[in-house]
Write a protein that binds this ligand. Structure first.
Ligand code: IMP
Length: 426
């Protein structure tokens, strides 16, 4: 019998649900935290003792001194940015050496990918984070990508792969769009110095992860973005290019998927989206301002990677039900409930008038007409409350609505930005 649970934490909407805080809380019950997809497009922010850390590629588990953090094979890694992130952790007194492990199978985001992304964004506006994520995943699927493990085979090997990339993909962009790409030897030098900095962190951890998950437990798989940004299950093509759902975890880590004991879905108490694409419950100007905040607080709804204001709206129960099902959610963490204080009445979409389920195309999703149920809400400041029973009735009624729609228990309730602003509902 394993002593600790192996868990997956997954975003249930369009990302920015507050996963980092929950992962940070659950890390207490884990030994290893693993990122299974995405890359520097993510921005995970956690407040610890009044200090705010924004991590893009390193799992938030790094903020706990004794935990191992793994960047899984499902990721696409921006190496110079990873070096920057680790360096700044080191500067803040956080020792990452011997605690960070990077899969040699993870793909590398090249500067070439960012060039391609800016060309693509001019053609079709997805509103990406401009971190080269889509083009890097495209090369992975097209079998012309470079992987982290290639760095261990020396500079000549890297140059050979970059030359090959320029021959197969680069030339097309040079001809069609006058794209300009850095020379392979310049790119290889940067990659080589990143590899030197990372030193022994590049190591295959699949056996270690499988052994840990199987014997002691305590593997926490951390998803980035959210279900509605999943390449397969989101509002395609307005999605990221990886499998953000719980299904992506075993694939992106390389362990037996039956080893996971619990899947926790993170649902913000209202919905947000950054970038373009359908968002049925998007609010009017007034509601958006109330939910987004002014930008003066770290928890206001502005992107932690790009600083863009997030689009905000009511909780979408149709998406909540879909996401619960697609991910096989066991329990829900409802975050940022405190933001809804004094917004009265509150609304939750329970159906779409013109569709019986989530439509599969963005065109249809963009004309979905939500039907709302109203809730009376509450006026009290709930940010200091730590026991479920002490919440105002209006807040309990709202939480019950989430449980009724998802048919799953709300186990955690976020009432503020800090690590401790959390109610655990038994
Ligand atoms: P990409 O992942 O940069 O390719 O962007 C694709 C879409 O996903 C865009 O709409 C982005 O705004 C969105 N996106 C990517 N990462 C995040 C995230 O961490 N939070 C919220 N939205 C994201």
């Amino acid at each position: 019998m394993r002593k600790k649970k192996n868990r997956i934490v997954v975003g249930m909407f369009w990302g920015d649900e507050g996963k980092a805080k929950l992962v940070d809380f659950l890390t207490k019950y884990a030994d290893v935290v693993v990122r299974y997809q995405g890359g520097a497009n993510a921005g995970h922010s956690v407040e610890v003792d009044g200090r705010r850390f924004v991590l893009h590629q390193v799992p938030t588990g790094i903020l706990h001194p004794d935990k191992i953090c793994v960047l899984g094979a499902g990721m696409v890694i921006d190496l110079p940015k990873l070096v920057e992130e680790l360096q700044s952790l080191e500067d803040s007194g956080i020792d990452w050496r011997n605690r960070v492990r990077i899969s040699p199978r993870a793909h590398i985001v090249l500067p070439y990918h960012k060039v391609i992304e800016s060309i693509m964004e001019e053609q079709e506006k997805i509103g990406t984070t401009k971190r080269g994520i889509g083009p890097a995943y495209r090369d992975r699927a097209g079998r012309i990508g470079l992987r982290v493990g290639d760095l261990l085979l020396g500079k000549n090997h890297i140059i050979k792969l970059l030359d090959r990339w320029l021959d197969i993909a680069g030339k097309l962009y040079e001809r069609a769009f006058d794209a300009e790409f850095q020379s392979p030897s310049d790119v290889a030098s940067v990659l080589e110095s990143s590899a030197d900095f990372l030193d022994r962190a590049i190591i295959d951890s699949t056996k270690f992860l499988d052994d840990t998950a199987r014997n002691s437990g305590g593997v926490l798989a951390e998803g980035a973005q959210g279900t509605m940004l999943s390449l397969n299950w989101g509002t395609y093509p307005f999605v990221t290019s990886s499998e953000t759902t719980a299904g992506g975890a075993a694939e992106g880590i390389g362990i037996d998927l039956r080893l996971f004991d619990e899947i926790i879905g993170i649902a913000k108490a209202f919905c947000t989206r950054v970038g373009n694409g359908p968002f049925p419950t998007e609010g009017d100007e007034n509601l958006q301002k109330l939910l987004r905040g002014t930008g003066e607080h770290s928890y206001d709804e502005f992107g932690s990677t790009t600083g863009r204001p997030r689009r905000c709206g009511w909780l979408d129960g149709v998406v909540l039900e879909y996401s619960t099902r697609i991910n096989g959610i066991d329990a829900i963490a409802l975050t940022k409930l405190d933001i809804l204080s004094k917004i009265r009445p509150l609304k939750v979409a329970t159906k779409y008038n013109n569709f019986s389920a989530i439509p599969s195309t963005a065109e249809e999703m963009s004309i979905a007409e939500p039907i709302y149920e109203e809730f009376s809400g509450w006026d009290d400041d709930i940010s200091k409350i730590r026991e479920y029973d002490k919440l105002p009735d209006g807040a309990k009624e709202y939480i019950s609505a989430v449980e009724k729609i998802s048919k799953k228990p709300v186990k955690y309730i976020g009432v503020g930005p800090s690590r401790d602003d959390l109610i655990v509902k038994e």
